[in-house]
Design a protein around this ligand. Structure first.
Ligand code: HAM
Length: 427
C-alpha cells in the first residue's frame, strides 16, 4: 500500500535541512544578542484561543484552521500561528511576575488549510518574536531593526520594509465608520469577498488582492489620516527612531494584516524575488490581547516570518553554510580489518570525530566510491597489509595525498591531521 504525504505539506530532507539549520543558528545568534530567549509553546490548543485572538471574521478562523474534537470531545486546533499560544503561556505561567519586558522567540510548524501554491503550504514553519510588557516605540524599532540585521546576516538585500499604523481602541472605531461609509458607495464594484467582509471586517477591504479592488482601496480613507493624537505621536516616534538607525522603510497605508489583534504599528517585509506570496514576514503591535485573556495590561510587539519563503530567497550560492560531511570514511578489507574498523569507528566517534563506514563489505574500489559519495574529507584505509604493519592510511579525498597513521594511539593522530589544512602533507 502506497501512502503519500498530505496535499500542501512537504518533507525537509537531508541536503536541504542544512540550509534550515544554518538559518536557525543565525536567528538564535541574532535574537540572543538582542536579549530574546526561546519559548516552545504547545502545538495544539483549545480552539477558542485562536478564534478569539485572531478574530472570528478572519480568513484563518473562518476557513483555514485544522480543528477537531479529541477523544474527550474537546475542540482542539493545530496552531495556525504562534502569538496566541505565547500570550496564553505568558498568562498561564505568570511571566509578568516580576514586572519586566519579556522577550521571547519561537520556531516551529504552523498549520493553515489554505489553497496550496508556490510559497503557500498547509504545514509551514515560522520563526517568531514577541516582546511583551511595554508600549515604548523603542521596542517596535528594536524588533524591526533586529529583523533587518538578521536578513543582512543571511545575505538578503532585495527586501522592503513597509509600515503602517492601525490606531487604537480610541480612534479605530471612528475610522471604521468613516471607512464603511466610503466603501458603501463602491459595494457593487467590489468583489464578493469584500462585500462579505465589509460589515464585520471592513479594514480587510484595504488589502484585497483583486486588481480592481486595489484601485478602489487606494482611494479609500487611510488609517494614518484618522489617528488620535496619541497614536499619531507614537507613529511619528516610530518613524523618527527608524530614521535614526538609517533603516530603509516605506509607508503603506493599505497594510492592515489578516489577524484582528493588531493596534498601532504594523509592518511587513516583502521580497521583490517572490511571486504572489511575497510577504516573508509580518507583525506589529497588539496592546490589548493579554488583557482580553484576563492577563494584566501588557502592550506587546512581535512578528513572524515564513521559513519556506525565507529559504527560497536566500542566495545560498554566495553564502557558506555548513553542509554536514563526515571527517572520515573507514574503508576496511578482510574479516579481521572489519572487526578492527568497527572498534576504530566507535573510538573515533567517542573522540569527537565524525565517521561513516561501509556496511556491505564491497571491494576497495566500491568502498572508495562510497567514501566519495559521502563527501567525506578523508578515507581511513584498514586492509590486511595495514593490520600487519600496524599503520593505517589516511587519504585526503580531494587531493589524493595520504599519510600513515600509527595503529597505536590512532585517535590523536587522526585528529591532528584533521586539524591541518586539507592539502598539506603528502607521502
Ligand atoms: P502572518 O502574517 O499570518 O502573521 O504570518 C507570518 C508569515 O508566515 C507570513 O508573512 C508568511 O511568510 C508566513 N506564512 C503564513 N501563512 C503561510 C503559508 N500558508 N505558507 C507558508 N508561509 C506562510 C502571524 O502569523 C502573526 N502571528 C505574526 C505576529 C507575531 N504578529 C505579532 N507577533
Amino acid at each position: 500500500m502506497k501512502i503519500q504525504s498530505i496535499r500542501g505539506v512537504k518533507d525537509i530532507l537531508p541536503g536541504e535541512i542544512e540550509k534550515w539549520q544554518w538559518v536557525e543558528k543565525i536567528a538564535r545568534n541574532v535574537f540572543h544578542r538582542y536579549g530574546f530567549k526561546e519559548i516552545r509553546p504547545t502545538i495544539f490548543e483549545k480552539t477558542q484561543l485562536f478564534s478569539r485572538s485572531i478574530g472570528e471574521a478572519t480568513d484563518i478562523v473562518e476557513k483555514e484552521m485544522y480543528t477537531f474534537a479529541d477523544r474527550s470531545g474537546e475542540q482542539i486546533t493545530l496552531r495556525p500561528e504562534g502569538t496566541a499560544s505565547v500570550v496564553r503561556a505568558y498568562i498561564e505561567h505568570k511571566m509578568y511576575n516580576p514586572p519586566s519586558v519579556v522577550k521571547v522567540y519561537y520556531l516551529g510548524p504552523m498549520f493553515r488549510y489554505e489553497r496550496p501554491q508556490a510559497g503557500r503550504f498547509r504545514q509551514f514553519y515560522q520563526i517568531g518574536i514577541e516582546a511583551m510588557g511595554t508600549d515604548n516605540p523603542v521596542i517596535d524599532v528594536e524588533v524591526m531593526t533586529l529583523l533587518v540585521e538578521f536578513f543582512r546576516q543571511l545575505g538578503l538585500t532585495d527586501l522592503e520594509l513597509q509600515i503602517n499604523s492601525l490606531g487604537c481602541s480610541d480612534c479605530r472605531p471612528q475610522y471604521r465608520e468613516v471607512l464603511k461609509t466610503a466603501i458603501r458607495g463602491h459595494l457593487n464594484e467590489l468583489c464578493e469577498n469584500c462585500n462579505r467582509r465589509y460589515e464585520r471586517n471592513p479594514l480587510r477591504v484595504l488589502d484585497c488582492k483583486v486588481e480592481r479592488d486595489r484601485q478602489i482601496a487606494g482611494e479609500l480613507p487611510k488609517t494614518c489620516d484618522h489617528l488620535c493624537e496619541t497614536c499619531r505621536t507614537n507613529f511619528t516616534q516610530v518613524q523618527a527612531l527608524l530614521d535614526s538607525t538609517e533603516t530603509p522603510y516605506s509607508l503603506n497605508p493599505l497594510l492592515v494584516r489578516g489577524l484582528d489583534y493588531y493596534s498601532r504599528t504594523t509592518f511587513e517585509v516583502l521580497s521583490t524575488n517572490l511571486g504572489a506570496q511575497n510577504a516573508i514576514c509580518g507583525g506589529g503591535r497588539y496592546d490589548s490581547l493579554v488583557e482580553e485573556f484576563d492577563g494584566p495590561p501588557t502592550p506587546c510587539f512581535g512578528f513572524a516570518l515564513g521559513m519556506e519563503r525565507l529559504i527560497s530567497v536566500i542566495p545560498f550560492e554566495t553564502v557558506t553554510y555548513s553542509r554536514s560531511r563526515p571527517d572520515i570514511f573507514i574503508v576496511s578489507l578482510g574479516e579481521e580489518a572489519k572487526s578492527q574498523s568497527f572498534r576504530m569507528t566507535h573510538q573515533l566517534r567517542k573522540g569527537g570525530v565524525t565517521v561513516d563506514q561501509d556496511y556491505d563489505g564491497g571491494s576497495m574500489k566500491s568502498q572508495m566510491r562510497k567514501a566519495n559519495k559521502s563527501s567525506s574529507r578523508f578515507a581511513l584505509i584498514v586492509g590486511e597489509n595495514e593490520i600487519r604493519t600496524e599503520k593505517y592510511l589516511m587519504k585526503d579525498m580531494e587531493s589524493g595525498s595520504q599519510i600513515e597513521i600509527p595503529a597505536e594511539n590512532f585517535v590523536p593522530a587522526v585528529k591532528k591531521r584533521l586539524a591541518e589544512p586539507d592539502d598539506s602533507s603528502s607521502v
